[in-house]
Write a protein that binds this ligand. Sequence first.
Ligand SMILES: Nc1ncnc2c1ncn2[C@@H]1O[C@H](COP(=O)(O)OP(=O)(O)OP(=O)(O)O)[C@@H](O)[C@H]1O
Ligand SMILES: [Mg+2]
Length: 692
Amino acid sequence: MALDLSGLNPDQRAAVCATEGPLLVLAGAGSGKTRVITHRVVYLIERGVAPGNIVALSFTNKAADEMRERLMKMTTKAVADALVLGTFHSVGAAMMREQPDHFGVPKKFGILDQGDVYGLVRAVLRDLGIHGQGAERRFDLGAIVQRISLWKNDFVSPTDAQGLYFETEYDEAAAAVYGPYEERLRALGAVDFDDLICRIATTLEENAEARAYWQAKFRYLMVDEYQDTNRAQLEVVRRLAGERENVCVVGDDDQAIYGWRGAKVANILGFDMYFKRAQTIKLEQNYRSYAPICRCANAVIQRNTSRHEKELVPQRRGGDKVTLVVAPDGDQEARFIGRTIYREIKERGTRPEDIAVLYRSAKQCDAIEALLQEHGLPYRILGGQAFYDKKQVKDALAYLKVMLAPQDDLATRRALDVPSRGVGLKTIEHLSEFARHRNLSLAEAIHRSEEIADIPGRAAAGLRSFSAAIKRAQAHFYSSGSAVAPLQGLLEGVGLREYVLKEAGSEAAGTARWDGVVWLLEALGRFEQRARAKGGHARYNDFFQVMNATKEKDKDEGKEEDAARGQITLSTLHSAKGLEWPLVFLIGCEEGIMPHKRVSAPRISDAIAGDIEEERRLFYVGITRARDRLYITRAATRLERGAEVPRKPSRFLDDLPEADVQVHDIARDERLGHDNIASRAEAFLANLAKGL
Ligand SMILES: Nc1ncnc2c1ncn2[C@@H]1O[C@H](COP(=O)(O)OP(=O)(O)OP(=O)(O)O)[C@@H](O)[C@H]1O
Ligand SMILES: [Mg+2]
């Protein structure tokens, strides 16, 4: 398995071969930093280092998977499996599992996810009787959770926190919650994500035995995306590296996008302060993107004042200009993206996995997702939950099926369960038996449940009202010819809405969840509309099928890398870091979205609110994900609480060099008939949707 170093330039080769002592690779996007890490791993193995002595840390699980996949191809599966490869969190958890006593956790400790943490903080607030200005609302909880997390990663103890000067009431509440929160964690025998890092750092500091053990085991350390490490992560690296200091970190200060979460760019820029013998290698060439994309990225990032001067020097000549798309409104922006992707895949043969749609905030993806779903295009979502996979949407879909396809017993069972109506397992058994004997569907059995003896009073009442609600909705549907209003009425009538809001625990969270159901209703409306436009009846089975399509496929494929094959990627900019695609859409480039509104109008303390330079770096990360072609889109107006509100273009767009950008103004170009191909594609799509 001789390693081929010919695919590296001299600087990269130097970085791969400098295996002993501290090394910093500081370079712009797409310059081959991650490639250096993978080659270094193989190089070390070839020089006889045991895979179990090599640690490579990435920023996300996704990036770690990708690295493992590449290494699998360069070595063998056995070797790739033996490497210590993961995120700070996953490696920290593995260390704790191996030595629970040293790290002060029970043998079977639990790891709280974000939802659990919110729950815990909410409970502590309630215990403490803090109900100040909406302390229960999600936004406020988020500020408190984030504040505690920042403290933990800065090694500020609960007692230290009490003595701090508070800028806001959230900080004050957070300081009060912090101590009891930690006590509850301990009582639960659990840790949160931050513990997976800080607990490692403190134990390695305080416990000589643990330190010696892990330093002997982790002999070569590599860290990707080092610009986004925080203080606790720096300490973990230092304490694992010990005197040997076989540490190689790679990163780009221009891609530091986690300052809001406590990442310290000083870790990378001051690397030689922490590791005195450090050697620094800079990589100048960009191998990822065509020249116009690199020039746009350079022009944007140059506007930042606090940075190390460097430029992306494109190695790939030629390439199309970057397309700036101006849509009249948000809906047309989404539709432009939908039809362009459709055309790419169906007419130009672009593979879905070569396309990504990137956005600033997770909620921007709903519009795109709904559209891809309707068009039957396969996709996956990074850093969020697929919209149609969310529980409340599946529940609502089950009700739609009970209404329109009552023979679907599975849907009926699901609907019967939420919200709970006193129907237990025994009753379901009675119903099923009744149905089986008479060859009925479960729904029909429910409608005739009064004929069944043995059903207890409470369940019987539940079944009666369920049956009546369904029949009412069906009658409404037959008289009106549309399923939208009847479904909405049904969901309200059976109390699903109330249930979703209550389950969410807070008004804001509840509203966000219910938004998913609203989207389902809207998608259904559009589906019916398309059928009507073609003068036909909506075939709802097709709607159900489209809704199920991606889910089924995911299940079959199982593994993440397989699942990625054949799917368009939708991702937040934060989750897209380090990844690349031939075709990228960077959407919603407007003031208030990117840069995010919290930057211009901070609502919480400044430490938590982002800053404009970080937003610009985020934009730079977005641009530099594109290999071949890049579309940057914005809308002139957006629907906000029922009204179309004018939107200002993002200030970052002003920095794009005119010579490298072509503008496609949808309203103007359509008037001039420039978008014939696109409109043909849309007509084709509409036909397809109808023919499904
Ligand atoms: N010497 C080289 N010759 C050819 N292709 C290269 C070379 N170095 C890197 N590449 C390719 O360039 C692309 C970018 O490389 P890589 O992802 O390692 O960059 P990076 O510096 O880690 O980028 P980012 O800052 O976005 O994480 C990859 O497709 C990689 O295979
Ligand atoms: Mg990288």
